[in-house]
Write a protein that binds this ligand. Sequence first.
Ligand code: 6CS
Ligand code: FE
Length: 300
Amino acid sequence: MSGDPQDHYPTRLEHPIDPISRIEPTVWGQESDGPLSERDLNVMATDGYLARPQTLGRDWLVPVGDELARIGGHADDDDPRIVRERQGSVRSVFEPHLFSDVIAEIVGLDTVLPVARQLLGSDVYLHQARVNLMPGFTGSGFYWHSDFETWHAEDGMPMMRAVSCSIALTENYPYNGSLMVMPGSHRTFYSCVGATPDRNHTTSLVRQEVGVPDQATLTAMASRHGIDQVTGPPGTGLWFDCNIMHGSGSNITPFPRSNIFLVFNSVDNALCQPFAAAEPRPEYLAARTAQPFSVQSATA
Ligand code: 6CS
Ligand code: FE
């Protein structure tokens, strides 16, 4: 489409191409712009992720846990924002901030919104928000992927200027499906082979099959970057760059793993037409209005 930005990160191709070096910085702001220290900013720039304990203080954990149980328990089957596991349990609920005042309030906390603004060096808005409920015994994981690959291909996100904040509501052990990341992988874009099927999002949120690197590429990436597993107590906020390679295993333990997952995008990185899909995904997966997020807009 004329006027749309150039595609620096071609993907969903017929044939493999070499990895592409990232153009944009990971950290756009400075120490004086917000709560993160110089050291935090350096960790984020180098590793592509940063864990911050007490993103949600102790007082929040019980009310938020109750809220998630309520959201999961009242899931309406006709609502496309509810994504279920194949065996029926609720896996993800999108746009929870629009029907839960508690979740909307969390987005505006001093430990959340100013961090997003500092990392992206601008006003931000919510590109996507969800709660992920990985129950004990039956929770299934997420295969290796870069979020940006999907947001670029299917949502038309032009640049790498987005960051996710995953707030743990339960203890993340090494054995209950906690997140695995490849530190430093965010500085390279690994194009994927295979065209996007129509209405891909109706299956990809349970099991992603296109937009994932092949096994040889993942093997090379893992030997180059290594794999870190992110564990921690409830309330921990994990910030991770939009392009970091990550995934999680399934959860056969009795211990559930649930989190609130907020994706912030810079208002200067508004979506355009998808780069590798016929139609943009629905608004509840990818907001198309880049209005700066403010605490008032959350509670209005
Ligand atoms: O679809 C999304 O927006 C996110 N979910 C998955 C399973 N993969 C890509 C991206 O992280
Ligand atoms: Fe992801």
